[in-house]
Design a protein around this ligand. Sequence first.
Ligand SMILES: Nc1ncnc2c1ncn2[C@@H]1O[C@H](COP(=O)(O)OP(=O)(O)OP(=O)(O)O)[C@@H](O)[C@H]1O
Ligand SMILES: [Mg+2]
Length: 353
Amino acid sequence: MATQEQILEALKQVKYPGYSRDIVSFGLVKGVEFVAPKGTVISVELSTADANIPRILQEQIVETVCRIPGFSEEQRPVDVRIKVNAPAQPAAQAGSLPQTGLPGVKHIVAVASGKGGVGKSTVAANLTAAFKSLGFKVGLCDCDLYGPSMGLMFGTAERPTMGDDELINPVEVQGIKLMSMGLLVEDESPVILRGPMVTRYTQQFLRSVNWGELDVLVLDLPPGTGDIQLTIVQTLSLSGAVIVSTPQEVALIDARKAVKMFHKVNVPILGIVENMSYFLCPDNNKRYDIFGSGGGRREAEKLGVPLLGEIPLEMAAREAGDQGKPVVWRDSSTLTAKTFVAVAEKLKNILFG
Ligand SMILES: Nc1ncnc2c1ncn2[C@@H]1O[C@H](COP(=O)(O)OP(=O)(O)OP(=O)(O)O)[C@@H](O)[C@H]1O
Ligand SMILES: [Mg+2]
């Protein structure tokens, strides 16, 4: 016969899906009982909106308990009873810090992608510029420690300053508050922050910036689902995420991973922006679907979220980025600029009604 203690000990091997912590240390196991002759009842209580989690846990618990040496025939079957509560503060219940907002900031919107180089920073910069043109008070934070690009995109080499209140004053360009997480890391020094240090830096950083009153703060996340992204989604209360992808399957596969990360902590996906959707040849006005077509639309339908826009590949967008002026401002007559403004208008309706 396996004892209750042995069963609890064994359950410490069951990790909460997506986390490195186990269900016992998270405090989710509420009871282990032998109910002769029926078997072993294991009670678990958790909060999630993801229907897969109870199912995965159920399977893993049964498998783990049945593997305990000494877990005898008369202790079977293992009856796992999972009580699922509606998540109020999802990240908090998963055992991490509670998600909180930033004082004075109405909406925090993350721009994310799974794959690198799909145009996140371009989308983030242009959406911010478009929001500003729509009359909003906006800020933009480049959350990439390793390759900050916001200063370049807005054509400023200005450094943030430290205020008397020990808060960092963001750089301002045309009334937009700009901040880059990489700016406080010395130019020449290789950035070797890893794991817990990145987590701590990220947590402190966003709260040490004097954002003032903002309608929208746009966060340009690094590609993928690393420490910075996880820290942000777990500790900041985001209004939602905009997922950027190209129409290519390789980009969409990674975009799905990013979507999963947001779902896990119940951050709504505001929609998908398909970038580099097509190229309209200026010589003959012919459309070329360089990276394929319809991928973003299909993905949005599958996820049940809006396709916010299909941004064409346009030389003006790249040139504008390189010249430090978002294309929305540099040349508002271009197709990219018009599409970005339309995306910002859709987001405005989603966020402000
Ligand atoms: N619609 C577009 N038309 C033309 N060029 C574009 C477009 N979108 C992005 N680019 C160009 O592609 C390059 C990569 O874009 P960007 O830096 O925005 O990608 P990213 O996803 O932020 O990359 P990273 O993953 O490295 O952060 C840039 O040179 C940018 O100017
Ligand atoms: Mg980028």
